[in-house]
Design a protein around this ligand. Structure first.
Ligand code: MN
Ligand code: MN
Length: 442
């Protein structure tokens, strides 16, 4: 953007201190202003009397984009810059110092082992990721994420393929079930469990933990515990001879290749003790769930009201058709941790006092929107946009800008925004969640 030097002169020319706290235009007819340098005059005229700290007009930005102002003769990571055109060439409404709310699993270290791999995005990668840490994991057919538990609650969505889950509930009852693409699961903190990829090609899934400091590489593993327990204690604990324990792992296994399991019915039967199977539904078959809202897309909201075991993570699975948009909204209860499954998105987060930033998102990217901050997510690609909105909460809640405007006396809104009664009447009267392109239907 054009920049005005804050010229100082003894006769009180324009300075940054003259800006009004709310960013409103400063009265420029100050004593001695006419005596200021001609450069200041010219620049002020160019900006229509506004100060450099203000947002440039679209016309100014359009001009800057097409003259030498936008050139970039220095070094550039061109492929990465091309992934985020809204950072390279922000919309003119972007302004201020907004914390980065984008990261990508494509940039993370991938821990590869025989049987699968894992990579994570937590607060170390993305400082705004305070409430939630995300892990992306792949297991081959037969590959096992070994028997373990952790201090954080684990929520998950299957992205590809199928897996067999096992767990034991807090009453000591066994849970075994198979999940497929788009199914969810949740294991509370301390509940022991495992995940095994099934045929033909294993699975890939996203895990979310209700703690941004969580590390997937710091969990309680059965192999690790056993490897760090004196042999005589294991003998006493299990009542078996030490010779039977000669081949125990010497270190953690974490992920390893195993044989494919037998039938689900056989595994359920084999794991079930005298207490019978666990009545706790640790998984949620979202693949069979009808959308809860439809308007230029699909939305499925899953939280503890429909998935009772999931007491710390609430989620919305959102599909936005090409050209459509997740409407302008905010969440009063928690930060939003997003995962992009498919398509191309543009999101602007408005963080008050004139500060706003726009970034682009692709499959495998993560976004975080701080609690209560206004945002939209626009499908800027040619395919359906599919993404997850997740929250560290027992319930999902969002508030819609259009809905709020309609739940307010019209005269009040009209005077705030200088819009006519006809315009206000045309704005949606309810929360649509996903909206189509209004400029094309108007
Ligand atoms: Mn786990
Ligand atoms: Mn949101």
């Amino acid at each position: 953007m054009p920049e005005i030097k804050n010229e100082t002169s003894e006769d009180g020319a324009l300075t940054a201190a003259d800006a009004e706290p709310d960013g409103a235009p400063t009265t420029i007819s100050r004593r001695g202003f006419l005596g200021a340098g001609s450069a200041t005059l010219a620049a002020t005229a160019l900006l229509g009397g506004r100060l450099a700290a203000e947002v440039p007009s679209p016309a100014e930005v359009a001009k800057a984009e097409h003259d030498r102002s936008a050139t970039n003769p220095g070094p550039e990571n061109a492929p990465l810059a091309a992934e985020n055109p809204s950072s390279m060439l922000p919309p003119p409404t972007d302004h201020g110092d907004v914390p980065t709310f984008w990261y990508s699993f494509a940039l993370t270290h991938r821990r590869q082992q025989e049987g699968g791999w894992a990579r994570q995005v937590n607060i170390k990668d993305l400082p705004l990721s305070k409430d939630i840490a995300g892990v992306n994991m792949r297991l081959t057919a037969g590959g096992v994420r070994e028997l373990h538990w952790h201090q954080a609650g684990e929520w998950s969505i299957m992205l590809s393929g199928t897996a067999r889950l096992t767990a034991m509930d807090t009453e000591g009852r066994a849970y075994v079930n198979d999940v497929q693409k788009n199914d969810l699961w949740y294991f509370p903190a301390g509940v022991p469990h495992s995940i095994q990829g099934l045929g033909p090609d294993g699975c890939e899934f996203l895990l979310l933990f209700d703690d941004g400091d969580f590390s997937e590489f710091d969990t309680t593993l059965i192999s690790d515990w056993v490897a760090h327990t004196p042999k005589e204690v294991l003998v006493k604990n299990w009542g078996v001879p030490e010779s039977a324990l000669a081949n125990l792992p010497k270190e953690e296994r974490y992920i390893f290749q195993a044989a494919l399991p037998g039938s689900l019915a056989a595994d359920k039967q084999a794991a079930q003790g005298g207490l019978g199977p666990s009545p706790v539904a640790f998984d949620f078959p979202m693949h069979a769930m009808a959308p809860t809202k439809k308007a230029a897309g699909e939305v499925r909201i899953i939280d503890s009201r429909s998935f009772p075991v999931s007491t710390t993570i609430a989620a919305a699975h959102v599909i936005v058709h090409p050209g459509a948009m997740r409407e302008m909204h905010w969440h009063p209860n928690a930060d939003e941790w997003q995962y992009y499954i498919q398509g191309k998105a543009r999101m602007t987060v408005f963080i008050n006092a004139g500060n706003a930033r726009t970034m682009n998102f692709n499959a495998g990217d993560v976004g975080v929107v701080q609690k209560t901050m206004g945002h939209y997510i626009e499908n800027v690609g040619t395919t359906d946009l599919i993404f997850l909105e997740t929250f560290k909460s027992d319930h999902y809640v969002d508030l819609s800008l259009s809905d709020w405007m309609s739940r307010t006396p019209p005269e009040l809104v009209m005077q705030h925004l200088n819009v006519s009664r006809e315009t206000l009447a045309a704005i949606p009267k309810e929360k649509l969640v996903v909206v189509s392109d209004g400029s094309k239907t108007a």
